[in-house]
Design a protein around this ligand. Sequence first.
Ligand code: ATP
Ligand code: MG
Length: 399
Amino acid sequence: MKGPFLAAVPVLKKLESAGFEAYFVGGSVRDFLLEKEINDVDIATSATPMEVKQIFSKTVDIGIEHGTVLVLFQDRSYEITTFRSEAEYEDFRRPKEVSFIRNLTEDLQRRDFTMNAIAMDKEGNLIDPFDGQISIKNQVIQTVGKAVDRFQEDALRMMRAVRFVSQLSFKIEDETLNALIDLIHLLENIAVERKQAEFDKLLCGNNRKQALELVLLTNMLSYLPGLLTQEDRIKLMLEYKIEKLNKREMWALLVYCLKIDKKGIEEFLRGWRIPLKEIREIQLILHYLNHRFETSWSLYDLYTATKEIFISTETLYLVIQHIEEQSTIGHYLQVYEGLPIKERSEMDVTGNDLMEWFNKTGGPWVRECLFKVEHAIITGKVANNKKIIKEWLMECNHN
Ligand code: ATP
Ligand code: MG
């Protein structure tokens, strides 16, 4: 067993010594079998949420109605979910109600794909009633049970299938793929937030190009916010070498390929329920990207962009220009590191200094003057030193 599991073994033991069953389940077991890095270790148990809360001292209710309690244990957190079945589904979405059960196999049966329906006990023994290991070995994504039924129960699973294509480079098994093509319209019923979580992962997987091709092939596009009828523009995206781009660079590229005008960017991204902070970052990248098409980076642009945004912008610029050589990034990074200050708070002058020097009360002029000094410091016209700044300002004022 690997580190994250070993650290979690005492959690299973605690549940077991209280008389319950407990197993590792889901993505962590799958990724462990694939010898990939393991993210969160999820745990399934026969204990009800209330029982879990009695066993552990630090818990957070994150989804009690679905049977999930977050347990904080030895500086780590674990999602512990009660075995459940999802008998009744409503409108092709998540189950109307879940019923807690005491049986592991039934819990595994309600999971989406066979590769995700494997449990592992504290000794590392696998419980695999749906042959998930065979799917993993053959690199196929296959629903537990009939694909048509499983996609009708929860249409998001169709998006999950394609995001796993992106992350794992597996193939979707034939029957599962046919059902996906037939039922893709059911995605209409799925909340945007859930789609976004899957699309984010789809955009960032190693095999993202194939996944995006599947998005086109299956007409999934028509059910994604702002992408209806954008097939040709998405195809544009596939012409670039996109594998190394990070999440916000991928979103920026998507917006770029869609040719959304400046005013429409926020609306498009809000339509995807992207957090405002990320929207602002994507907007900045696109702003500097436009600039970059016209000219090289000035000292002042590097400064205002900040390091992260400048690196993302330059990375994207090189991809769009089909330039594989990345040396400009290193070059500009060096220039950036050499800037006299990296942010406004590092300026050796304040508004109060200015009011004192000019013997004037505050007003818009203070901001303007600070801005002027900031620009002069960045472009090397004046050193970042209070005395020198004062002299420089006095001199400017004379002229
Ligand atoms: P990741 O590594 O991205 O977290 P994951 O497989 O763990 O991948 P999660 O969304 O964390 O994906 O879900 C955990 C587990 O819950 C899955 O492995 C699967 O067994 C089950 N699951 C998640 N979503 C669904 C769903 N829509 N329908 C059925 N089972 C699901
Ligand atoms: Mg997971």
